[in-house]
Design a protein around this ligand. Structure first.
Ligand SMILES: [Zn+2]
Length: 298
């Protein structure tokens, strides 16, 4: 074998050895990658996949908690003193349009046969009906007997007019007037209801009065009410309005437009506070003015 032939032979052998090495490595990697998970038990597989996940995190640096859905931004609109033959349907039209829900704290004296449509439509749209007493009474200033009559009569009228025996679980004390004694009297008489206050007062009644008295224009009354809400409302707020005020439907339109665009969901007060899942007896002795501010009654 001459020098040239020897060099060629070494070269050929080197190429063959290198190729074998490369093919062997590729096959080995493939085998390692695919054979192990297939051959292991389910427990080992889960360990293997958790290892893979942590490896992937180095390329996708999102910790697991960031992948959880964020809690929704929620607001509870509440309407007192109705139902109103003139304005409740207008508000319900808007709620329906935006697929929003609200809570209507109705007064017993308003619950006539003629208001049946308003009440039933609110319920069918997923809205909540709350008790605002029979005569819009100061609950802390009346006798036990009168208190029970105020609440019971209104609950009965709601149940009857709803056509579905609607069971009311929230009440809004007129003027925000409630204390521990009121709550205890209700519980002692097996009336299990949560007192709901508010943290954003639209003062729609005051703007409407100033408009009616010619002090401000209708537009100013609507804008003024809307801006009062915007100043105070945030995530978890309970907004106080009245569906008996002529300007309120226009204000509701502005609120729904603004907060829907900002990603808010409009829910009932029971949804906001999660009353349906609540098992705590003491919960009846708290007042709820916003999801971020719940205090014990004194
Ligand atoms: Zn009221």
């Amino acid at each position: 074998m001459n020098q040239h032939s020897r060099t060629t032979a070494i070269l050929v052998i080197s190429v063959i050895l290198c190729s074998a090495l490369i093919i062997g490595s590729i096959w080995g990697l493939y085998f390692f990658d695919h054979a192990i998970p297939n051959d292991t038990s389910s427990t080992e597989q889960s360990e293997s996949s958790s290892y893979t996940d942590s490896e992937e995190q180095t390329t996708a640096p999102l910790p697991p908690e960031n992948t959880k859905p964020k809690p929704k931004k929620m607001i509870a609109l509440t309407f007192d003193d109705g139902p109103s033959g003139a304005y409740t349907h207008k508000i319900l039209d808007l709620l329906e349009q935006y697929q929003a829900k609200a809570t209507f704290f109705v007064c017993g004296y308003q619950l006539k046969e003629s208001k049946k449509d308003e009440l039933q439509r609110a319920i069918s749209l997923g809205c909540e009906i709350g008790n605002h007493s029979e005569t819009h009474a100061y609950l802390t200033k009346i006798s036990e007997e009168e208190l029970l009559k105020e609440i019971r009569n209104t609950n009965e009228k709601i149940a009857q007019l709803s056509g579905t025996d609607y069971h009311c679980t929230v009440y809004r004390p007129p003027y925000g007037s409630v204390n521990r004694k009121v709550a205890e009297t209700l519980i002692q008489n097996e009336i299990y209801m949560y007192p709901i206050l508010w943290n954003s007062d639209s003062r729609d009644w005051e703007y409407r009065r100033d408009y009616d008295n010619g002090k401000i224009t209708r537009n100013e009354a609507i804008t003024g009410t809307f801006e009062t809400v915007v100043r105070e409302a945030s995530e978890g707020s309970v907004i106080l309005m009245h569906d008996i005020q002529s300007i309120t439907p226009d204000v509701v339109a502005l609120i729904l437009e603004k907060y829907t665009a900002e990603g808010y969901t409009f829910v009932t007060v029971s949804e906001l506070f999660g009353f349906e899942e609540m098992q705590d007896e003491e919960a009846y002795f708290k007042y709820y003015n916003s999801a971020n501010s719940i205090s014990s009654l004194r």
